[in-house]
Design a protein around this ligand. Structure first.
Ligand code: SAM
Length: 280
């Protein structure tokens, strides 16, 4: 494909700069620029946005984000071997790409960005869930970002969008869906990556709601959900016993059968219970 940025194909970039994939860094690269363009478009209109990209690697997705018109891209990459390739991209798009060589778990990315901000990343699988949980649990809401468009193992993506009664339903679904609209926008087979991972992958798009879908105190909701799903086979009257006195009556007041299990309970009912617990 003739790239619109005039930069060489990604296989050539990898060969020139000696960026052989390292498993320890979760490196499974996307080398098809049509595919990275599709992911960038799934993030929505980037025109007026700053974009945070975690783990740009040789820069396939970075190039797509810039070509799709991102106002400014901040790319945080741990692997210093990728820096010369990323510098070439920055030179092709003057003033629009900044690269930080560091660990995304430690870099204060929002300090380098101006709203509105979107996060787009083909995440290293070893830190993907931790980053997502951090982005979903900021000290205050709305968060620094407007949307997250993130690649995960398909199994993790399924847990993010899961609905009550399914095996994948649990803490991650409740955390994500309480304050976001979340949907899977693309699934990818192992062969889409170089080298191919063992599992299928999926891109999840999360849009931050202006305020939580149902009112609840974040800490209390989190405690209830954690206790409920830590012992997901137990009835709620047993698994939530330690949360507050008189739990059986509180469950009933929230419209939840005390004999039900966490995996059957919709988000709205968990929020109702959190409000009742907060009221004492
Ligand atoms: N975005 C590229 C693509 O789509 O081809 C590379 C994706 S690869 C799955 C994940 C990238 O994240 C790698 O380049 C890896 O070096 C980088 N990485 C791994 N752990 C990281 C961390 N803690 N902070 C920042 N980058 C990290």
């Amino acid at each position: 494909m003739a790239a619109i940025d005039g930069l060489p194909p990604l296989r050539e970039v990898i060969a020139t700069h000696g960026i052989a994939a390292k498993k320890a860094l979760g490196q499974n690269f996307l080398l098809d620029l049509n595919l990275t363009a599709k992911i960038a478009r799934a993030a929505g209109d980037l025109g007026q946005c700053d974009v945070l990209e975690v783990g740009p690697g040789p820069g396939g997705l970075t190039r797509a984000l810039l070509a799709e018109g991102a106002r400014h891209v901040l790319a945080v990459e741990k692997d210093a071997r990728c820096l010369p390739a990323l510098a070439e991209i920055a030179a092709a798009w003057p003033g629009r790409l900044d690269v930080i060589n560091g660990d995304a778990l430690e870099v204060d990315a929002p300090a380098h960005l101006a709203p509105p901000i979107r996060v787009v990343a083909n995440l290293p699988y070893n830190v993907g869930t931790e980053l997502l949980v951090r982005w979903l649990t900021p000290p205050s809401w709305p968060p620094f970002w407007q949307s997250l468009t993130l690649m995960f193992q398909k199994e993790v993506a399924d847990r993010i969008v899961a609905t009550p009664g399914s095996k994948a339903y649990g803490r991650l679904a409740l955390l994500a869906q309480w304050r976001c609209d979340a949907r899977i926008v693309m699934t990818l087979p192992p062969e889409a990556f170089t080298p191919p991972p063992k599992i299928h992958s999926a891109v999840v798009h999360l849009t931050a709601l202006p305020e939580p879908r149902y009112p609840a105190d974040a800490k209390i909701l989190n405690r209830i959900v954690a206790a409920g799903f830590n012992q997901r086979r137990k009835m709620l009257r047993a698994s939530l016993k330690g949360i507050a006195p008189g739990m059986e009556a509180k469950l009933e007041a929230a419209g939840i059968a005390p004999t039900a299990r966490a995996e059957e309970i919709p988000l709205e009912a968990f929020c109702a219970l959190a409000r009742i617990v907060a009221a004492g």
